[in-house]
Design a binder for this molecule. Structure first.
Ligand code: FES
Length: 574
């Protein structure tokens, strides 16, 4: 490997040459209190930090950036922190998914437009991981990802509480009248006890693990709880490592190979990861020039069983997973399924990174011969209702719904659904199939997490906790149940979901990967001819741009103009 020289650094064009422009750049550095010796001839490392005061998942990242800087300085680099959109999942409306590509663009352009030689990507709350990775991949300079890490376990009267999962569970208990207002308020105060991401195997934990499995984070980094001192040490180590990555020119394209993506998808399966990961992995892979589709998830899900006993598919929480050995132990337990020769940010292979890793709590991380669930986390179904596919998480569903035929109750949009499910006279049984339209990339807009439709109140009172629900929306990775999601094409653009009516019948066969709407082609054509699309949501601004350029779920929901690998020129420095 040839090491770069200082004059080969990208930042040299801004800071190292002897012209009037470079004089201006250096004088402004000095204005900030830096001597020439602080930055001259050193790799400039951009720390893309998604900290914000309204994002508790990233609440520690402001302080953690200090640890990263310490590492960068120790290794002879020069750190510059660049704040980026924080995308706090609980607060950003209508959906953070509306802004994932916004963050990807911001990350890419922050890196491109400044004198940056290497990037540290700090994120973790759901869309921030794919957003940062997509931007860094398209920029193409060396980059290392620092996962924010999960928050500590929740607690209510000595019982562990899991983010999201237990909120849904106890909300239904409250709707059924089994717990009161005081109980509910106590749960509110106990379910999120520290900074850090959701601590079940939701989208955040899944995507942080996927980034590590891809080779973009230090080994074991994604499992460390946000407030553990090991997290600080990991951040400093990542700071040290990125400096060498710049000298050695370890760029994302050397790490992100088809084999690396297969490793990541297999890890996703073994983790029992979030369905949202499918969209994000497809988008990240396409940025890297690897045209993965949803079918790759389905193929690999049949090869890899679920090993992590973590909610919502299992029993434990991410803190337990960390104590059980974390992702290194899980990857070691499935090493026969992985390509161990893939390069990672350490400069070593996956195999070298997991060498010696062991499972410490066998209840939490299972082995291939004793899995939690025999097949992987995700099934991709196809049929006349979803010609381009839809997804479900069989491990998190009541097994009786894996082969099911039922009558439909169809809702035209979210508000229609929200009103109807509370009606005591709704004509519904546990065998009915609830269908929600207009929750897709354009229809939501932004594909909100509406896919775990509430069980109608009258059934909740009768003790029903699962039924089949179908939509073109996503669902939170912390959710569970027989929810069929990401139906493509979506109803808003005239996908078959748009023409489903109350009283129709739908048949699902997860083993056969089939979903069928029992309505004839002729009748569907008649309904289509009489259909008009709903009005557009946005006429100006980012929303209008989103509407024009967003892709469907099976394509990863990237913007058409951000896909591909056409070379973007380096900025002129005048
Ligand atoms: Fe941020 Fe769940 S809300 S990870």
């Amino acid at each position: 490997m040839t090491r770069k020289r200082p004059e080969d650094l990208r930042s040299h064009r801004w800071l190292g040459v002897a012209d009037l422009r470079a004089f201006g750049h250096r004088s402004r550095m000095q204005q900030m209190g830096y001597d020439r010796a602080d930055f001259g001839g050193k790799p400039v490392i951009g720390i893309i930090n998604t900290w914000s005061e309204i994002n508790a998942c990233h609440g520690h990242l402001r302080e953690r950036a200090g640890d990263v800087k310490r590492g960068i300085l120790e290794a002879g680099g020069f750190p510059i922190e660049l704040p980026a959109m924080s995308l706090a999942e609980p607060f950003v409306k209508p959906s953070t998914m509306l802004y994932r590509n916004f963050l990807a663009m911001e990350c890419e352009e922050l890196l491109r437009s400044h004198p940056i030689d290497g990037a540290v990507l700090m994120g973790g709350c759901d869309k921030t991981t794919p957003g940062l990775v997509m931007g860094a991949v398209s920029m193409g300079i060396p980059a290392i990802y620092i996962p924010a890490g999960p928050m500590l376990r929740g607690n209510w009267r000595g019982e562990p509480l899991g983010s999201g999962s237990d909120a849904w569970k106890y909300w239904d208990e409250k709707r059924a009248g089994r717990i009161g207002e005081d109980d509910w308020n106590e749960i509110e105060g106990g379910i999120a006890r520290s900074f850090g991401t959701c601590m079940v195997m939701g989208t955040a934990a899944t995507m942080m693990a996927i980034a590590e499995a891809l080779g973009l984070a230090l080994p074991g980094a994604s499992s460390i709880p946000a407030v553990d001192a090991n997290h600080q040490r990991m951040a400093a180590a990542a700071g040290r490592r990125i400096v060498d990555m710049v000298w050695d020119d370890v760029t994302p394209d050397k790490i992100l190979t088809p084999a690396a993506f297969d490793n990541a998808i297999k890890v996703h399966m073994a983790m029992g990861g979030s369905t949202n990961a499918i969209i994000h992995v497809v988008a990240m892979a396409r940025r890297a020039g690897i045209p993965i589709g949803m079918e790759r998830f389905d193929e690999l899900s049949r090869e890899v069983p679920v090993l992590a006993n973590v909610r919502p598919s299992g029993k434990y929480l991410m803190e337990d997973f960390y104590f059980a050995g974390g992702l290194r132990a899980l990857m070691a337990a499935m090493k026969d399924k992985l390509d161990l020769s893939c390069l990672t940010v350490t400069g070593k292979t996956v195999g070298e990174n997991i060498e010696g890793a062991r499972i410490h709590i066998s209840e939490v991380i299972h082995t291939l011969d004793k899995p939690i669930y025999g097949e992987g986390a995700t099934a991709v179904l196809r049929g006349n209702l979803a010609p381009r596919g839809c997804v479900m998480k069989p491990a998190a569903a009541d097994p009786r719904f894996l082969k099911h035929r039922g009558k439909v109750i169809a809702f035209e949009d979210y508000n229609h659904m929200a009103r109807e499910v509370e009606r005591d006279d709704l004509d519904v049984t546990p065998d009915h199939i609830l269908v929600l339209k207009n929750g897709g990339p354009k229809g939501g807009p932004g594909m909100p997490e509406w896919g775990m439709l509430p069980i109608p109140r009258k059934l909740v009172r009768a003790g029903v906790r699962d039924m089949v629900r179908i939509s073109d929306a996503r669902m939170s990775g912390t959710s569970y149940g027989a929810c069929i999601l990401h139906v493509a094409p979506e109803s808003y653009v005239g996908g078959p979901l748009a023409f489903v009516r109350t009283g129709d019948e739908i048949e699902i066969d997860v083993d056969a990967r089939r979903i069928h709407l029992h309505v004839s082609d002729e009748e569907l054509a008649r309904r289509k001819a009489a259909w008009t699309p709903p009005p557009r949501h946005y006429e100006r601004g980012y929303g209008a741009m989103f509407f024009e350029h967003i892709g469907q779920a099976d394509e990863g929901c990237d913007f058409d103009f951000l896909q591909g690998q056409a070379k973007t020129p380096e900025p002129e420095i005048h």
